[in-house]
Design a protein around this ligand. Structure first.
Ligand code: SAM
Length: 288
């Protein structure tokens, strides 16, 4: 049985990095009027109470959305402003209490013509997700294991799109399994963007994921990493990474302009970012 609960980690530095990447990808997709389909394979509960016992116990958000929220009146860029606006909509009185998960962010950023499929396996998270999403004809919530569900759902009728793979990596095999899932889905829906989140831990298990992606034959794979410590103290997650398959044109420049200031805000003097192509963009390749 799954034991991971995102309530303990919501709004931490990894969520900030992941959700800013998500915003950048939505901005890229929204450049054309043509509809797109967003598939969230590990949706979680969709909204988190930062005043609840789980979030208060770890206080991880105080190293993530906390410091960024404090500078919301002078956001570093339009992308950061849009992300903070989405957080602000859940906190209309200006006090940071609720944090939106990826489904709640997507719900705010989808246009009328776009669609979203949300997959969540944990029964409690699933129940909360349904409550938090409410009635929205653009969005369908699936009680489904993504290892079976994603390949069954792709390609969706709308052929442009984005898949977010955001597992908890509770078991170390998941690094290889998630790469295999992306490859399998890519065979059926080759022009979608796949955003695969991974943690940076002292054990460096992300190497198995990245090696599998590099050898997969999938094109244009960009890696973005944000670190808040140097990883030598052996005390847990020190960074957040996202591998973006079929990375949209110029997204590397967008992320390079955006993330260093965010890293410095989250971890002054220690925060750093890295951006590199795992699989090079070759001339003429572009995602629409
Ligand atoms: C890291 S959390 C997701 C956070 C969410 N993507 C966000 O950004 O707000 C991972 C979620 O995946 C769910 N999960 C784990 N394994 C799954 C699977 N095989 N299929 C679908 N959901 C799964 C967990 O219950 C958990 O809610």
């Amino acid at each position: 049985m799954l034991s991971y609960q995102h309530e303990y980690h919501a709004g931490n530095f990894a969520d900030v990095h992941k959700h800013l990447c998500l915003r950048v990808l939505f901005e890229a997709l929204c450049r054309k009027d043509k509809p797109f389909c967003y598939i969230d394979c590990h949706a979680g509960a969709g909204r988190y109470d930062l005043g609840g016992p789980e979030a208060r116990k770890t206080a991880e958000y105080t190293g993530g959305i906390g410091p960024l929220w404090e500078c919301r009146t002078q956001p570093a860029s339009g992308t950061v402003a849009a992300y903070l606006d989405a957080v602000a909509r859940l906190n209309p009185d200006g006090e940071l209490r609720y944090y939106p998960g990826s489904p709640a962010l997507a719900q705010q950023w989808l246009r009328p013509q776009d669609r979203a499929l949300l997959l969540e396996l944990h029964p409690q998270a699933q129940q909360r997700l349904k409550q938090n999403v409410g009635e929205d004809s653009r969005i369908s919530v699936h009680t489904r294991d993504c290892y079976e569900g994603l390949t069954a759902l792709v390609p969706p009728p709308i052929r442009r799109g984005l898949v977010l793979l955001d597992p908890s990596y509770e078991v170390k095999q998941e690094y290889r399994q998630i790469a295999a899932l992306a490859v399998c889905a890519h065979k059926r829906w080759a022009n979608a963007i796949y955003a695969i989140w991974y943690p940076l831990l002292p054990a460096a298990r992300q190497r198995a994921l990245l090696a599998a992606l590099e050898q997969s034959g999938m094109p244009r794979i960009l890696l973005t990493e944000l670190t808040v410590a140097d990883g030598t103290d052996q005390s847990g997650m020190y960074g957040s990474g996202m591998a973006i398959v079929n990375a949209p044109w110029q997204i590397d420049n967008t992320l390079a302009a955006l993330l260093p200031a965010v890293a410095n805000r989250l971890a002054p003097g220690r925060g750093a970012t890295e951006l590199r192509w795992l699989v090079e963009a070759s001339a003429g390749q572009a995602t629409g």
